[in-house]
Design a protein. Structure first.
Lengths: 249, 287
């Protein structure tokens, strides 16, 4: 078996006395999607932020294509070029048009010409049905359109690994699907990704592997079928029951 | 649009409500007019019937003398405006550098960050008039070869030193007001810390602080009048020369009116700018 794109070994993270990630071990092979489920505060977002080096870790190893990126001597900017992250709150740059949002990193980070970057942006905008909004500012778009733009912005630099942090949690239920369909397309393209989500139906469709987190520990891990349909751990069962009661399954 | 709705004609109750609102509106207007006439009329009466009014009118509001000194005062005002524009440019550049230095975390810049903080503390805390006196009389006293003793230059330097500290704090507050998630988004795209500042943080920060900055520049225009204490022939000094020659203070009133003619429209413009922006932001909040 080839080296996984992402590998976490005994990852530990705490905020003061509060341990939010406890000896987390995870392997994300190439072209697969790993879905993190669990209640708010279970450590899903923190895990993604640690992988993206937005949060320093307390112990353990983070390996990207076999290279240790948790090494403090590493060039963080260089690593982040290989990682895309999409946030729950979109975080588009409000003073730039959608096109400028998307082309900023290709131009400034990858050193592409404006024309090249424009071409990439237009191709992606066309594919994901946002081309007519290219020259609008983010606040003129619906939440779903903003989140689609944010996803396009992070894949425009061809990341090795895409991290999606509850990308539909801030959206109106009717807008959720237009965002999830992009994620489905990216999965079909073979993008390697790790996503935190509360959309269990969606998790079943895209996940090659599902991890259930509870208080910073991966309590259960396996295929979507296994974890979501026949959970072994009582806490997973209880969580899924509550999700089901909330009408999300 | 829904097109199959019958045309609307107000109900009897609505017509009643409208006429009540109209009557109430007219009553309020009448009260406002009477109140204004009464208050302003009383003030004018107190002023005009005061025992010294006749001499005040002659020494402060001599229209003929006002016309006579007007050209000299306005020539002085040109100096104030020049000082504001040139000083304003220098202030913007220095303040931006100070604000960036104070928000940087680069270890190599630690001594400069320390100096910037001390600078802001000193010049924001000391009265402008003292800085003008210290620079205006202190620098020439050093008698360093090549250093100017031109009072206009020294006065400008003093004003720039002080205002750079004010403006730096305004810009810095703007930088700090941009949410951390913007920085996270920029950094996670691979932008370096400097690139994130330049392309993402600073443009948003500057947009936010434009209204308070414009207010600072209105204050700057007024405070350029303080350099007159060094002997710079600005509007204030020109008025002073005339007033001390004739013991008639009308030139001061002329200078005050000229300043107001610039500052009032400017502040109105800024208020309008702020209002439009807050309306825009509110509509964004709804969308």
């Amino acid at each position: 078996m080839s080296t996984p794109v992402l590998e976490l070994i005994d990852l530990r993270k705490s905020f003061g006395d509060l341990v939010v990630l406890h000896d987390v071990n995870l392997e994300v092979p190439e072209h697969t999607a790993t879905v993190l489920i669990g209640a708010s505060g279970s450590g899903k977002s923190t895990l993604l932020r640690c992988v993206n080096l937005l949060e320093p870790i307390d112990d353990g190893l983070i390996l990207l294509d076999g290279q240790e990126i948790s090494d403090p001597a590493i060039d963080v900017d260089l690593i982040r070029r290989k990682l895309g992250i999409v946030f729950q709150s979109f975080n588009l740059f409000p003073h730039m048009t959608i096109r400028q949002n998307i082309t900023l990193a290709p131009i400034k980070v990858q050193g592409k010409s404006r024309d090249e970057a424009d071409e990439i942006a237009e191709e992606l905008l066309k594919r994901f049905d946002l081309l007519e909004k290219a020259d609008e500012y983010p606040d003129r778009l619906s939440g779903g359109q903003q989140q689609r733009a944010a996803i396009i912005r992070s894949i425009a630099v061809n990341p090795r690994l895409l991290l999606l942090d509850e990308v539909t949690s801030a959206l109106d239920p009717v807008l959720v699907n237009e965002v999830l369909s992009i994620v489905r397309d990216l999965k079909a393209d073979g993008m390697t990704m790790v996503l935190a989500t509360h959309e269990m139906g969606f998790a079943t469709q895209v996940a090659d592997q599902v991890c259930f987190l509870e208080s910073g520990v991966i309590l259960e891990r396996g295929s979507a079928e296994q974890v979501l349909r026949q959970p072994e751990h009582p806490k997973t069962r209880e969580f899924l029951k509550r999700v089901h009661e909330a009408g999300r399954l | 649009m829904v097109s199959n709705l019958s045309p609307w004609s107000p109900s009897a109750r609505e017509i009643e409500r409208q006429s009540f609102r109209r009557a109430s509106h007219n009553r309020k207007r009448l009260i406002a007019v009477f109140s204004t006439i009464f208050v302003l009329g009383s003030l004018a009466t107190v002023l005009i019937t005061s025992p010294g009014w006749k001499s005040v009118k002659e020494t402060f509001f001599d229209i003929e003398y006002g016309k006579e000194v007007f050209p000299t005062v306005i020539r002085g005002l040109v100096v104030n405006i020049q000082l504001t524009v040139i000083g304003g440019i220098a202030i913007t550049i220095i303040a931006l550098a100070l604000a960036l230095l104070r928000t940087t975390k680069s270890p190599a810049l630690t001594p400069f960050r320390f100096i910037a903080t001390a600078y802001v503390d000193i010049f924001r805390g000391a009265p402008l008039i003292l800085i003008i006196l210290l620079v205006g009389f202190g620098v020439p006293a050093l008698r360093i070869q090549g250093l100017t003793s031109n009072v206009i230059v020294l006065g400008t330097v003093a004003v720039v030193l002080t205002y750079s500290a004010y403006v730096a704090e305004v810009i810095r507050s703007g930088i700090l007001s941009v949410h951390a998630s913007q920085r996270a988004a920029a950094r996670s795209l691979g932008l370096t810390s400097n690139q994130a500042m330049r392309y993402v943080i600073l443009p948003q920060a500057i947009r936010r602080v434009i209204p308070p900055l414009l207010n600072d520049f209105v204050s700057l225009l007024k405070d350029t009048g303080l350099v007159s204490i060094l002997g710079v022939t600005d509007a204030v000094r020109a008025a002073q020369i005339n007033a001390s020659r004739t013991f008639n203070y009308t030139p001061y009133v002329v200078a005050a009116i000229l300043f107001l003619l610039i500052t009032i429209p400017l502040t109105r413009y800024i208020d309008r700018h702020i209002r439009l922006r807050s309306e825009q932001q509110n509509s964004e909040g709804v969308a």
